[in-house]
Design a protein around this ligand. Structure first.
Ligand code: SIN
Length: 295
């Protein structure tokens, strides 16, 4: 297999210790758990999404393990501004703060709390089960552009995480790029549901939620491939990655780095495990393969 050169990399303006980033929502609710994932080999970490007001999230059940995936409807629970205390000790580390809001001004307000602390921002315009937030506004290119402009104005790296639940993800990627995004993260979870045949009711408290894990890898890969053709800023692949081979495949589709989320729930040591199979002292620069499947 193609092996990558060891060492730090810069992706979308953020200096990372390697190409493997902890995705938003998994072990990202405290400074201690974020620091632990960096110790365990993550090249960078993204926090749980933080919004303009504290939120307790959807009624349970909120998380269902499936064969080859996870179905969640957490409902964006977060402590809002109090989260600043968690990430302040990690200033100068590769910590990207995920933020959400219902309108551009709310994105700006939340971003302002983390100025001088975060290594960059990731805009959650993609949660598929939060009315008024996430994908419900992130499917409109005009809103994506406006939210991105507000946050990019701080001059820090600004990543925008997109939903796969749209007809043409390239249109949304271009809107983020026009708004000043420094990278696109593709993708958030796929809107989905299960029904209990005994209870005759949807299993999730919120009825529907977002599907992640191995089952969505081909969808995420196709989105990265489409975005590579549509946009010129770096793309960070996210969705079902659990092996070094998956990382290489994502890079061949066009990803400059990847995020790993659901696979961490099965293996807390996944960053080290993938890193051992992916990197070699005499490995090659990622640039040799990023987007090569488009030739
Ligand atoms: C959640 O907290 O509801 C999940 C976040 C997301 O899907 O973006």
């Amino acid at each position: 297999m193609f092996m990558l050169q060891k060492g730090s990399v810069t992706v979308g303006g953020v200096n990372l210790e390697n190409h493997l980033i902890l995705a938003a929502g998994v072990l990202g609710t405290t400074g201690a758990s974020l620091a632990r994932m960096l110790r365990l080999g993550a090249g960078g970490v993204v926090t749980k999404s933080i919004g303009p007001q504290p939120k307790s999230g959807h009624a349970g059940p909120c998380l269902i393990p499936l064969e080859g995936g996870l179905l969640n409807a957490m409902g964006l629970p977060n402590p809002s501004r109090d989260f600043v205390n968690e990430v302040t000790p990690l200033k100068d580390r590769p910590v990207i703060v995920s933020i959400f809001g219902g309108m551009p001004e709310e994105f700006r307000e939340v971003a302002s709390w983390f100025e001088g602390i975060a290594a960059g921002y990731e805009l959650n315009l993609s949660c598929p089960h939060a009315e008024g937030y996430g994908a419900s506004i992130g499917s409109d290119p005009g809103v994506v552009r406006a939210c991105t402009e507000e946050v990019a104005a701080f001059g820090l790296p600004t990543w925008v995480k997109l939903t796969p639940n749209v007809t043409d993800i390239g249109v949304i990627g271009r809107a983020a790029e026009e708004g000043g995004a420094t990278a696109i993260v593709a993708v958030n979870t796929v809107r989905a549901m299960r029904i209990s045949i005994n209870l005759r009711r949807p299993v999730l408290g919120n009825r529907f939620g977002g599907l992640s894990g191995k089952m969505i890898f081909p969808i995420a890969l196709r989105c990265v491939y489409d975005l590579y053709d549509a946009c010129s800023i770096p793309i960070i692949g996210c969705g079902g990655i659990s092996s070094a081979e998956d990382v290489i495949e994502m890079m061949m589709a066009g990803a400059s780095a990847v995020q790993i989320g659901s696979a961490v729930c099965d293996d807390i040591g996944i960053f080290e495990r993938i890193g051992e199979a992916l990197y070699a002292d005499d490995g090659s620069p990622a640039g040799e393969i990023v987007g090569c499947a488009h030739a």
